[in-house]
Ligand binder design. Structure first.
Ligand SMILES: *Cc1c(COP(=O)(O)O)cnc(C)c1O
Length: 421
């Protein structure tokens, strides 16, 4: 594979951008080699600056459930370009998007639009604290909620890849407001509530974990969190930035039938543009300024380009439920092979090939993976035209643009790796 141009761009990028990348997960730190610079995307494929073409299972880390450049989204963006890119004043389409989100996830009676998943999680946490008058938050090891200071504690994903358990630059006092317990461990949550009685504002969880690789909630886990939060007067926050509109229209709360107090959405709801949202009951959301005392704001929040892209995406998904059926079938097929020393986790179109023989149900079990073997697998797949996330601790995504032939080509490339090993 020719990497001439990507290599020279990386060299140049490193002079002006830390590591040459604008998000650390894009570096190939844990798998070796440098990242590829992408020239364009079309359908399920990405083409790099050297002209190499890949079947893309990153999908911009989640948003591109319809693949690159879906017509509905491109048309919507083009229409908005005719009228303006930002007003800093309310527009009708923001209401329509908020209504669409509320209709999809009725737990969100009111919604605030923001620009990134990080902002959505950070704001939801602030609202939970302001509403309950408490400071502490329970989160789960390996779950990522954006680069929010106090939530960068055992935050999986990019940190796991870099072997960092925490980030430098986070004051100990901030980290001390977070209690981190193992995913899928209700007893640990119960214990934390007992140890910090009357002090816990919220339990924040990825209802389907994706940032330590794909890990489904154990039977009864989400229901258990729901009843513990109710019992102790804490708010249950579902961070559905990744799994929202991915595992089902309306997200994991729809799929599993558990109602959180607050939700964060992102990724898919922006249709590939920067948008995220947080919300909850009217009672809780009326604590947000200008109605209530909790401040949260944004110059580009509700930006017309991003809102239109998101609206087009949600409209398409709502009107085409067959998308989710197809994604389920195609991803099931992709994950149907049995490979020695590999455990495959999957929820809908989220999947991870964990390089371990044991079940993966939390961060500790995920960390048992043979990451060197994963790195060899990653490189083999890339060289055979398949672009997986460059880390063991990430979920892969199948999109509606992936055709059966793409799935079969991917399976063939994977089989070749294990046969040759
Ligand atoms: C991606 C992600 C975030 C952060 O979203 P950004 O848009 O990258 O800030 C937060 N929570 C979860 C679950 C995510 O997957």
């Amino acid at each position: 594979m020719n990497k001439t141009r990507s290599s020279s761009l990386l060299e140049r990028a490193r002079q002006v951008i830390p590591g040459g990348v604008n998000s650390p997960v894009r570096s190939f730190r844990s798998v070796g080699g440098g990242p590829l610079f992408i020239k364009k995307g079309e359908g399920c494929r990405m083409i790099d600056e050297d002209g190499n073409s890949f079947i893309d299972y990153i999908g911009s880390w989640g948003p591109l459930i319809l693949g690159h450049r879906p017509k509905c989204v491109i048309d919507a963006i083009q229409a908005v370009l005719e009228i303006g890119t930002s007003f800093g004043a309310p527009t009708e389409r923001e209401i329509i998007l908020a209504e669409a989100i509320r209709d999809a996830a009725p737990s969100m009676e009111m919604v605030r639009l923001v620009n990134s998943g990080t902002e959505a999680a950070m704001s939801a946490l602030r609202v939970a604290r302001g509403f309950t008058g408490r400071d502490l938050c329970i989160k789960f090891e390996g779950c990522y909620h954006g680069h929010v200071d106090s939530l960068l504690v055992k935050a999986g994903s990019g940190l796991a890849t870099l072997g960092l358990s925490d980030s430098a630059g986070v004051p100990a006092a901030f980290a001390a407001t977070t209690i981190s317990v193992p995913f899928n461990d209700l007893l640990a949550v119960e214990q934390a509530f007992e140890n910090h009685a009357g002090k816990i504002a919220s339990v924040m969880v990825e209802p389907v974990a994706g940032n330590m690789g794909c890990i489904p909630p154990a039977t009864g886990f989400l229901e258990g969190l729901r009843s513990l939060c109710t019992k102790h007067g804490a708010l249950l926050i579902f961070d559905e930035v990744m799994c929202g509109f991915r595992v089902a229209y309306g997200g994991a709360q729809t799929l599993y039938g558990v109602k959180p107090d607050m939700t964060a959405f992102g990724k898919i709801i922006g249709g590939g543009l920067p948008i995220a949202a947080y919300g909850g009951s009217a009672e809780v959301m009326n604590y947000v300024a200008p109605v209530g005392p909790i401040y949260q704001a944004g110059t580009l929040s509700g930006n017309p380009l991003a809102v239109s892209a998101g609206l087009a995406m949600l409209k398409y998904l709502k009107e085409h439920p067959e998308v989710y059926t197809a994604l389920e079938e195609r991803t099931a097929k992709l994950c149907s092979d049995h490979f020695p020393g590999v455990t495959i986790n999957r929820v809908g179109s989220m999947f991870t090939f964990f390089f371990t023989t044991e079940p993966v149900f939390d961060y500790e079990s995920a960390k048992k993976c043979d990451t060197a073997r994963f790195a060899r697998f990653f490189t083999h797949m890339l060289e055979h035209g398949v672009y997986l996330a460059p880390s063991q601790f990430e979920a892969g995504f199948v999109g509606y643009a992936h055709q059966d032939a793409d799935i079969e080509a991917t399976r063939a490339a994977a089989r070749q790796f294990f046969e040759a090993e």
